[in-house]
Write a protein that binds this ligand. Structure first.
Ligand code: 6R9
Length: 624
């Protein structure tokens, strides 16, 4: 397949346009990363780039002293006329915060936190919707050396309590409520329930957002706006490997894992990739549509863009409220230049009539989180991007902190739905279960052969899982990603899915993602998730969960026909269920949650929209 080259106009102004970057990075690996690191400000330089003596616990920029907040805020605060955050509420309110205002507010909150007893090393949980105050809270924690633990606002009280307990949080910042699809959600009530269940939160700070009535616990609860003082707080001089945050991820087991990220290595990685991959410059307005509560929100909604000195756009509510055109309204209204989104949202906008919008400010589109089907890719590139601007498909994980595979927009030709190549400074391979490199077009396990600055420090409090999940299959030096992939004859990579997304039916390996892509080509299908259910005879049987504009027998028949034709009779679906919504985590379809609901009758605690699977727990075997 031939790749599509970016326009000359883009190439001429791109941050990275010299193809020698790849060879330079592999020949001078340390220097490559250190050059990016030197673009940030350090209180003290590192004496060693990498300490791998305790592999697989890799430590980067050893001895270096740095503060992430200082690099994201103080460094740019002089630009008093420059927007750091553009915020839009679901109800249409909006707020623009300059770097200087951000500096003031982060300082004010930092000193308030200190007065409440937050210290370097304290754990502060943030149970907040996408509000400017959420970014301010992350940065205030970073400033004083407290580790933040973001809990996505859509999680239930029980899921929140699990994260509070696992991380041993002592402080919580939350809000009274927020708006979702026009409905007011009482977040404080859920926060109270989570605090009661856990029992060890000392202080709660409440942001007034929705102005709904809430009960405040005396001595424990404080209003955010009452606490803000005029005092400045100097940024703590922190060790490069001081934990900046913990991010819970679903991973491959049922319980969420607390992925711990460093300060120095993480910041260097997200800064470098914001420049190389998203081509961010200080003049850009990036809209990362992922919620702040997911790694994408942390890395490319906050730390990356602000480290570069760009403007980040935050939107509070549902992207399809009051309708899906909200997305284009926002891009047009603020002149968004970089639109970084997820396939789920791209599938929702696919097919929209955008002729009435002036979207000419857009100069780069990015996708992350799931394999993107070629149909949706073509729409993003051809319609939204007018075949003029690059579309980067970035592959990475919570564990990697930042991008690992992607096109470099001015250098790598795009191939629909491919995730490009390993970025400079990162080495990957696709190998079989025995560790042997697979041939082009053969599916194998995606591994990373060398540590890199953004790699997690550990799983919070669980050394054995850290080693078991990532560093056992191929030893302590080769990172097992858990994804399967293949490479073409020009070295471009396609992600097939999680290793568990390939199922075995009567001895045949069937990729669930490939199956989904076939189904997506049928008109009337909006979304589909394929899962393998245990089957006594065949090993696995395929079940399909389908969101369709025309649910019923007719579409079900079309699906079966299409699968038999494209994949083969072996993949004949044993069950087709129409559903209004698929379960999601971080915007991505959580196939495992469907499996758990149908097979184990359990609603997974990592699903952000639990209602979507509730019904499936009641499916009887005869329905299958
Ligand atoms: C950033 C993020 C990680 C898993 C990863 C893979 C899937 C991410 C992808 C992609 C295909 C892409 N994934 N990006 N699959 N194409 N461009 O999503 O982190 O939530 O930890 O998920 O997401 O399966 O292993 P996280």
């Amino acid at each position: 397949m031939k790749g599509i080259y970016p326009s000359k106009e883009f190439v001429l102004s791109a941050n990275v346009r010299d193809p020698a970057i790849y060879s330079r990075a592999s020949e001078n690996w340390i220097e490559f990363w250190e050059d990016f690191a030197r673009e940030l400000e350090w209180f003290e330089p590192w004496y060693s780039f990498l300490d791998d003596s305790r592999a697989p616990f890799y430590r980067f920029f050893v001895g270096g002293k740095i503060n992430a907040c200082y690099n994201c805020v103080d460094r740019h605060a002089e630009k008093k006329n420059k927007a750091a955050i553009i915020w839009e509420g679901e109800n249409g309110e909006s707020r623009i915060i300059t770097y200087y205002q951000l500096y003031r507010e982060v300082n004010a909150l930092s000193s308030a936190l200190k007065e409440l007893g937050v210290k370097q090393g304290s754990k502060v949980a943030l149970y907040l919707p996408n509000l400017a105050e959420a970014v301010i809270a992350m940065l205030a924690c970073a400033r004083i050396g407290a580790t933040h633990i973001y809990i996505f606002e859509g999680f239930s009280a029980k899921s929140a309590a699990y994260r509070l307990k696992d991380s041993r949080a002592e402080f919580l910042i939350t809000a009274d409520g927020y708006f979702r699809r026009g409905r007011l959600i009482n977040l404080k009530e859920k926060a109270d329930e989570a605090c009661d269940e856990y029992g060890k939160i000392k202080k709660v700070i409440v942001v007034r957002r929705a102005k709904n009535e809430v009960s405040m616990v005396e001595d424990r609860d404080h209003w955010y706006h009452d606490l803000l003082s005029k005092k400045n707080t100097s940024p703590e001089v922190l060790d490069s490997n001081h934990p900046l945050f913990i991010m819970y991820t679903s991973g491959s087991t049922a319980e969420p894992k607390g992925i711990v990220h460093s300060t120095g290595g993480y910041l260097v990685h997200v800064y470098a990739t914001s420049k190389m991959v998203l081509d961010l410059k200080p003049d850009d307005i990036i809209w990362t549509t992922a919620s702040l509560g997911w790694i994408t929100g942390h890395s490319y909604g906050v730390y990356g863009p602000l480290a570069v000195g760009a403007t980040t756009l935050l939107y509070e509510g549902a992207p399809d409220h009051p309708d899906i055109c909200r997305i284009f309204d926002i891009i047009e209204k603020y002149g968004v230049t970089v639109f970084y989104t997820v396939p789920t949202l791209a599938r929702m906008i696919n097919g929209c009539d955008i002729s009435g919008y002036d979207l000419s400010s857009l100069r780069l589109i990015g996708s992350v989180g799931e394999p993107i089907d070629p149909e949706t890719w073509s729409w993003l590139y051809g319609e939204l991007g007018r075949k003029k601007i690059p579309l980067v498909n970035t592959w990475w994980q919570t564990e990697t902190g930042g991008h690992v595979l992607s096109q470099i927009p001015a250098l790598t030709p795009m191939k629909p739905a491919s995730v490009g190549k390993a970025l400079p400074g990162i080495e990957v391979d696709i190998i079989d279960d025995g560790g042997k490199k697979v041939k082009p077009f053969e599916i194998g396990n995606l591994v990373i052969k060398k540590p890199f600055p953004g790699i997690m420090l550990e799983i919070n409090g669980d050394t054995s899982s850290y080693i078991k999940f990532y560093w056992t299959k191929y030893g302590k030096r080769v990172y097992f990603t858990g994804d399967s992939a293949y490479m073409d004859d020009e070295g471009h990579i396609w992600i097939v899915g999680r290793v568990d997304d390939v199922i075995n039916i009567s001895g045949h390996r069937v990729s669930l993602i490939e199956l989904e892509h076939a189904v997506m080509e049928i008109p009337d299908i909006r979304e589909v998730a394929a899962v393998g259910l245990p089957d006594r005879v065949k090993g696995s049987a395929i079940a399909l969960f389908v969101v369709s504009s025309n649910p019923g027998k007719e579409v079900a028949e079309k699906i079966t026909e299409k699968i038999e034709r494209d994949i083969g009779k072996i993949a004949h679906p044993a069950l087709i269920v129409f559903t209004p919504e698929l379960p999601r985590a971080g915007g991505k379809i959580l196939r495992r949650a469907i499996y758990e609901a149908v097979v184990n009758k359990k609603v997974s605690s990592v699903v952000s929209n639990p209602d979507s699977v509730e019904k499936l727990t009641k499916l009887k075997p005869s329905d299958r």
